[in-house]
Design a protein around this ligand. Structure first.
Ligand code: CUA
Length: 172
């Protein structure tokens, strides 16, 4: 069978591209030691009892003598807990790590006007760490379609001075 030389060229090129993509995956796993999420890092979305998400909110923790904050959030149809009925309040200029999970369906957690943005997936914990440099107020929006009221699923983060946080918001 005759194959035109240009056609032959593109067939060969497509195999080169496939080989290249496979090589990047192998490189990522073998050389860079990337991992897919393991079963030990998942949780049962139907049963958050006994996990920190059972009592979501802001926690003050001390790591290596430094005070930082952990924020546990549930995303549900159609609210952030906390975030929607009460804002998430954190201090400015402190390290804040968000842990977010969803007991029902896929949602998004996007802090408007920043690059903080993650999907929240039932059974998995999304995590990111940030520092809000100044007192400010940020909107949170759900950016994954999650049902008929998806478009009204929103919340708020209030970043307050550390002194104000210590006085009014510190959870013991
Ligand atoms: Cu939750 Cu869209």
């Amino acid at each position: 069978m005759h194959i035109h030389k240009f056609e032959r060229f593109w067939i060969k090129l497509s195999f080169v591209v496939i080989a290249f993509f496979i090589a990047t995956v192998v490189y990522g796993f073998v050389v860079m030691d990337l991992k897919v999420i393991g079963a030990s890092e998942t949780l049962d979305p139907q049963d958050l009892g006994g996990t920190p998400f059972d009592n979501p909110g802001v926690r003050e923790v001390t790591k290596n003598g430094v005070t930082e904050y952990e924020v546990y959030v549930q995303t549900i149809q159609f609210a952030f807990i906390p975030g929607t009925s009460e804002p998430i309040t954190v201090p400015a200029n402190a390290k804040v790590t968000f842990y977010i999970t969803s007991p029902d369906v896929l949602h998004g957690f996007e802090v408007a006007g920043t690059n903080l943005n993650t999907m929240t997936i039932p059974g998995q914990v999304a995590r990111f760490t940030t520092i809000f440099p100044e007192p400010a107020s940020y909107g949170i929006v759900c950016n994954e379609y999650c049902g008929p009221a998806h478009h009204v699923m929103e919340g708020k983060i209030n970043v307050v001075p550390q002194s104000e946080f210590d006085e009014n918001y510190l959870v013991q």
